[in-house]
Design a binder for this molecule. Structure first.
Ligand SMILES: Cc1cc2nc3c(=O)[nH]c(=O)nc-3n(C[C@H](O)[C@H](O)[C@H](O)COP(=O)(O)OP(=O)(O)OC[C@H]3O[C@@H](n4cnc5c(N)ncnc54)[C@H](O)[C@@H]3O)c2cc1C
Length: 479
């Protein structure tokens, strides 16, 4: 009997981890993505927090997967060479009414099995976070919360899936799902028909539309926009941990937190948009104002002159305000849908459960004798000792040429990113951090564009910033 053909729709962090998990089994695994690269949907614009797991009620699907996902992150990031910093989080009480909220979150977290939660006094809090608002009344400490790079995790998981026999097909948009006699038969993808036995719908903000293609109807997802401000590394030491305000029903509130590469992130807002506004990732004056006000309530001394970027992400919110996971009435069609926060944290646990406990037993998938969970981390010369870096330069002198000065990225790293799949400036940025720093590509884009052109053997005018149509050069000014 031939191995079953399994298609995962969507190469965000959820789909990439599901595809990697499927590669542990005898199956032909296709990871289908409409964009030219991995992790360019919801995965690229969020708070990047590995949540401890106290924000959600114990009877929610979110709570069931958040704590477990958090626990899996350590091993996963080690296997895949992805950064994870367990910086811990505080929920800050600034008003008397917030004290009850802290108590409630602590009890809820304990009911979810989260360890180490403690309520601390203002004095203790200020020792940990001297920049905090002096009016703070108390704080809920969660030591297991951390920060990561969600896009790096998606890229690494997809790379590892491919190394284990999976196939990543970018610029492959699924436009229809063929169901016969109640079972999955085929997909229309990139203009052709692909027969498949099993489909996992991990299409992020479009999971409802993909489900509708299979005749699985539900309410449309609500895009809930979150706007952010990113501050430069120059102010990076201002906070050590993730600072949450007391949450509200729509979101966990506007936060102040460190990023893994040393900056400070402020946000996100929470604004429900109409169902058709799924690409509305523009920022607004009102949103950014609310971000500043919310962040300054926690850390009044924030210096906004150190802003390097503003951006927005869209949460795929379901009317039930919970994840939609597992089998559907169509045989062979599974979902990992409506994965808003803490979807990144939950993703490893969702992938494991869906594949190991649902799909594999239901379809009698057998384990592959060889699965290598390790993916070599990209080299980062600036993190090496002087001796190790000198040895690397002797091996390949391009690791001594700096391409991005803000984030200290060498030409060798850019070339390595291209060999691992980058085809665009954004592809290089998300793999190396080149262009992510203070100048936002202003000074390095030209260098990187020419390295891309040289390595891919294409004209510089054909290199795009990101999605098709985002080319930067229109032609030569002088012959
Ligand atoms: C503002 C905000 C803050 C957040 N903060 C956190 C946080 O701190 N911690 C946390 O745990 N979670 C957080 N989340 C949630 C987390 O970001 C998401 O749960 C996670 O990124 C969802 O990943 P995904 O793979 O499901 O979706 P996506 O990353 O969107 O991936 C889906 C992919 O499917 C592709 N696709 C869509 N339709 C098709 C099609 N027809 N054919 C082929 N491909 C298709 C898309 O192009 C996309 O790449 C936050 C989310 C937002 C928006």
């Amino acid at each position: 009997m031939n191995a079953p053909r399994v298609a995962v729709i969507g190469a965000g962090v959820v789909g990439a981890l599901i595809a990697r998990e499927l590669c542990r089994y005898e199956a032909e695994v296709l990871l289908l993505e409409r964009y030219p690269d991995v992790g360019w949907g919801v995965t690229k614009a969020n708070s990047a927090i590995v949540h401890a797991g106290f924000h959600d009620a114990p009877d929610s699907v979110r709570a069931q997967f958040c704590g477990h996902g958090n626990a899996l992150f350590e091993g996963l990031c080690e296997e895949l060479g992805v950064p994870l910093l367990r910086v811990g989080s505080w929920v800050i009480a600034l008003h008397k009414a917030d004290l009850d909220v802290l108590e409630h979150l602590k009890n809820q977290g304990e009911a979810n099995g989260i360890r180490g939660l403690e309520i601390a006094s203002p004095e203790e809090l200020r020792t940990h976070e001297p920049a905090l608002n002096p009016k703070v009344l108390a704080g809920l400490w969660a030591p297991t919360a951390g920060i990561t790079e969600p896009w790096a995790l998606a890229i690494a998981a997809a790379e590892n899936a491919v190394a284990n026999g999976g196939m990543l097909l970018t610029e492959h948009e699924v436009t229809d799902v063929e169901v016969r006699s109640g079972s999955i038969r085929a997909l229309s993808v990139a203009g052709r028909r692909e027969s498949v036995d099993i489909v996992v719908n991990a299409a992020g903000l479009y999971t409802d539309r993909v489900a509708a293609m299979a005749g699985v109807n539900g309410s449309p997802l609500i895009p809930r926009r979150g706007e952010y401000i990113l501050l430069d590394k120059a102010v990076g030491g201002l906070v050590r941990s993730i600072l949450f305000p007391a949450p509200n029903p729509a979101s966990k509130g506007i936060l102040v937190l460190p990023t893994v590469d040393g900056g400070i992130l402020l946000g996100p807002t929470a604004e429900d948009l109409p169902p058709e506004a799924r690409e509305a990732t523009d920022t607004t004056t009102d949103g950014l104002r609310a971000t500043v006000d919310g962040a300054r309530r926690l850390v009044p001394s924030l210096d906004l002159s150190k802003t390097v970027k503003t951006f927005a992400g869209l949460r795929p919110e379901s009317p039930s305000e919970d994840f939609l996971l597992g089998p559907t009435p169509v045989k062979g069609f599974y979902q990992a849908a409506a994965m808003r926060s803490p979807g990144l944290t939950a993703a490893p646990a969702v992938a494991r459960w869906l594949v190991r406990e649902v799909i594999a037993p239901e379809h009698g998938l057998t384990s592959r004798s060889r699965f290598n969970p390790y993916r070599p981390a990209p080299r980062r010369p600036f993190e090496l000792s002087d001796q190790a870096w000198a040895a690397l330069i002797r091996e390949d002198p391009t690791y001594g040429h700096v391409a991005c000065h803000c984030n200290q990225v060498t030409e060798g790293e850019v070339v390595e990113a291209i060999r691992r799949g980058a085809r665009t400036l954004d592809g290089v940025k998300f793999r190396t951090r080149a262009g992510f720093g203070r100048c936002q590509g202003g000074s390095c884009a030209d260098t990187i564009l020419h390295i891309l052109s040289r390595e891919l053997g294409v004209n510089p005018q054909d290199i795009a910033q990101g999605p098709p149509g985002s080319t930067i050069l229109s032609g030569k000014v002088r012959p």
